[in-house]
Write a protein that binds this ligand. Structure first.
Ligand code: SAM
Length: 302
């Protein structure tokens, strides 16, 4: 608990503390705690009995853990969320037929979710959809009766811009290791998805802006071509904002949306995945889906 106290107030504490320890083990700190991590041991021991070793590790390596808690951010880039972003993009861009879209992702981490059209998708037993030749298949499953219309055309993407306080540099192995450390040790599918997505992103670089997304957003929106539809989106980002920043973000979207066509896709504001669409000055609310945090299941609502 003393260590956890060093985490900045904006950060989800369990994620930061557990990831800092995982990161040290992944980078070669040799300690008996490794035996409990399936990401490091072929036959890992049960986590039920891990706490004494975890506590000892935390005490012995406190000096290595503290700077990580102070300097690193919870930047988990969960590509699984593209399982709902992909149908959302198809559905919403169909409200603007033939118009190219300019993607602006806030809190984009490594930018992996700016490449949702580069992945193949497998929903339960359904026929796969998306980019069939992709090296990465994102798996998810449906709940409920409704399904998105995957026969809708994939929109032309004119530009992809991500903005983050600390964009992850995919050419820097240490930063990739931090991304891997943010994945829970026993989650093999997530780790494999991340590794494949990183490889895809390395050869499909996107534009990344360093800065506070709320401050940068007006400037980024003014750079969107008049012929394009601006698509501002963010997942698991708004929980890291102050109430004031969050209000300013929504005010910017409203102000710009009253003047130009804009789609705003977000979670963590409404109780579910939701879009606000501004079309010729009209504001349209579109509840999109209920889903779990990593999009393992999706209940489509449209
Ligand atoms: C939990 S991660 C989510 C990453 C990605 N959106 C996803 O769903 O996979 C949150 C990201 O938001 C970024 N972030 C937090 N506050 C921010 C701010 N004010 N401006 C820009 N980025 C921010 C963090 O650096 C981090 O990369």
């Amino acid at each position: 608990m003393e260590l956890a106290d060093a985490c900045p107030p904006s950060q989800p504490v369990p994620n930061l503390l557990l990831s800092a320890v995982h990161y040290l083990l992944l980078t070669g700190v040799n300690d008996p705690l490794r035996r409990y991590y399936p990401s490091l041991s072929v036959e890992a021991e049960s986590p039920e009995s891990a706490f004494p070793a975890f506590r000892k590790f935390s005490q012995v390596h406190a000096e290595k853990i503290l700077p990580l808690l102070e300097e690193r951010l919870v930047q988990t880039n969960e590509v699984g969320r593209c399982a709902y972003l992909y149908p959302s993009m198809l559905t919403l861009s169909a409200m603007f037929p033939e118009r190219p879209i300019h993607l602006i992702e806030l809190g984009s981490s490594a930018g992996l979710n700016l490449l949702w059209d580069h992945y193949r998708y497998q929903y339960g037993e359904d026929e796969p959809v998306g980019l069939m030749a992709s090296a990465l298949t994102v798996n998810s499953s449906w709940r409920g009766e409704k399904r998105p219309d995957f026969s809708l055309p994939t929109p032309k993407i004119s530009r992809r811009t991500g903005v983050d306080l600390n964009p992850i540099d995919l050419m820097n192995q240490d930063q990739i290791t931090w991304l891997q450390a943010l994945v829970w040790p026993e989650q093999f599918e997530r780790r494999s998805r991340l590794t494949k997505a990183v490889r895809i992103a390395m050869v499909n670089p996107v534009e990344m802006v360093t800065g506070d997304a709320v401050e940068e957003l007006p400037g980024l929106l003014s750079a969107v071509a008049p012929t394009d539809v601006a698509v501002v989106y963010h997942t698991h980002f708004i929980n890291q904002l102050s109430d004031d920043s969050r209000a300013r973000l929504l005010a910017t979207v409203q102000e710009v949306g009253s003047k130009r066509d804009l789609i705003h896709i977000h979670n963590n504001i409404e109780p579910h995945l939701h879009a606000t669409v501004f079309r010729s000055g009209e504001r349209i609310e579109v509840p999109l889906a209920k889903t779990d945090g990593h999009a393992n299941w999706i209940e489509w609502l449209v």
